[in-house]
Design a protein around this ligand. Structure first.
Ligand SMILES: Cc1ncc(COP(=O)(O)O)c(C=O)c1O
Length: 381
């Protein structure tokens, strides 16, 4: 079946003839006498969790998966399941700040070594050691939307016997399916595109049965399982995932093309633009270029704070992936803790803004950005 159909139907338990949607199950304990194993939310095996995992597996072309209470619960459980004292991990440098913080704040304490390196096969290969166990990537990256070659990373990991992990949050399963390109484990912050309405928090890890079994033992101990109401919200959200992503892709492409010609905008970062440095890789591995754009305000435009305050429709807020268009300045938010020099090294200027494009009419979004950039600078007294 096509992805659009799977979004609506995969994992629907209509065998009980009860309705078109799976029931919400507010139960923590379940009757156990006739069960193969005890069912319990923290064992990651309630019927509601199973149904959603089935739908997400269908969308990501995975055999098995686990649903978590947040993206970070999925990511930390995955890394702590696959790494132990004495091991080493190679990670792409420009990963989500929370993941980077997890690595830099926890790994050393646990005796796990790591290298955060530029996202090229050469840099990954140079960092691999005999004790390396995991190669971790994220593409498109945050906030500059650089693209990592997924197949090349997966091949390198396989050649060295490493587990390859990708954070597929920014692309969503509609725009790329890393497992088809050889990746072992896909993680998502379901809080973003999968949820899509900025009203839930969850995470996902998807891979082979064997790999998910490895994660499950740690997952049950760490206990980052999701609640039944979030299961219901996520199931409802996934039904419109294909439609939302289609619209967000097309809105983002249109906005990127129009913004690059708008006076006051110095440059636009979007993998769907032919001048983007990774456009060819993006075309090879993505079906759509996604709903995230980054752009820089020119020196004669307002600064990022003033620009954001002047927006009337687009909301300054830090999350992404929802139906509402949101904007944030990475220099003031996700990358605030870096020194200006470190930010500059990562290509994050003080005039950079990140836009998570929603499903509104693209004209309305463009006019909002246009009027905010035209705002006259205050006179210097
Ligand atoms: C790419 C990416 N991965 C993971 C996370 C963490 O997800 P959560 O906030 O659901 O824990 C985020 C959150 O912003 C993210 O943007």
């Amino acid at each position: 079946m096509h992805q659009n159909t799977l979004c609506v139907h995969a994992g629907t338990r209509n065998d009980r003839g009860e309705g078109v949607n799976n029931p919400i199950e507010p139960s923590a304990p379940f009757a156990y006498l006739d069960a193969k194993e005890p069912i319990y939310p923290r064992y990651f095996n309630t019927p509601g969790q199973d149904a959603l995992v089935e739908r997400l597996c269908a969308l990501e072309h995975a055999a098995d998966g686990l649903l978590f209470s947040s993206g970070m619960a999925a990511i930390s459980t995955a890394l702590f399941s696959l790494l132990q004292q004495g091991d080493h991990a190679v990670l792409q440098r420009d990963i989500y700040g929370g993941t980077q913080h997890l690595v830099t704040s926890q790994f050393e304490r646990l005796g796990i070594a790591y290298d955060l390196v530029p996202a090229t096969s050469e840099a990954f290969a140079a960092a691999i050691r005999p004790e390396t166990r995991v190669l971790y990537i994220e593409t498109p990256s945050n906030p500059l939307l650089r693209i990592t070659d997924i197949a090349a990373a997966a091949t390198l990991a396989r050649e060295h016997g490493l587990v390859s992990i990708i954070d597929n949050t920014f692309a969503s399963p509609m725009n790329q399916n890393p497992i088809d390109l050889g990746i072992d484990l896909v993680v998502h912050s379901g809080t973003k595109y999968l949820g899509g309405h900025s009203d839930l928090c969850c995470g996902v890890a998807l891979g082979s049965h064997k790999l998910i079994e490895r994660l499950l033992a740690t997952a049950r101990t760490l206990g980052g399982s999701v609640n039944p109401l979030t299961c219901y919200l996520l199931e409802r959200s996934l039904k419109t995932l294909a439609l939302r992503i289609e619209r967000q892709n097309s809105n983002a492409q249109q906005l990127a093309e129009r913004l690059r010609n708008l006076p006051g905008i110095a440059c636009v970062h979007y993998p769907g633009l032919p001048e983007h440095p990774d456009h060819d890789v993006a075309r090879r591995q993505m079906r759509g270029f996604g709903g995230m754009i980054a752009f820089e305000l020119a020196d004669d435009a307002p600064d990022t704070s003033r620009f954001q305050r002047h927006l009337r429709l687009i909301k300054p807020a830090i999350s992404l992936g929802g139906v509402d268009t949101l904007i944030c300045a990475p220099g003031l938010t996700s990358h605030r803790d870096l020194t200006p020099k470190e930010r500059a090294e990562q290509g994050i200027s003080e005039r950079l803004l990140r836009l998570s494009v929603g499903i509104e009419a693209p004209d309305d979004l463009f006019y909002d950005l246009e009027q905010a950039v035209k705002e006259p600078l205050p006179e210097i007294l």
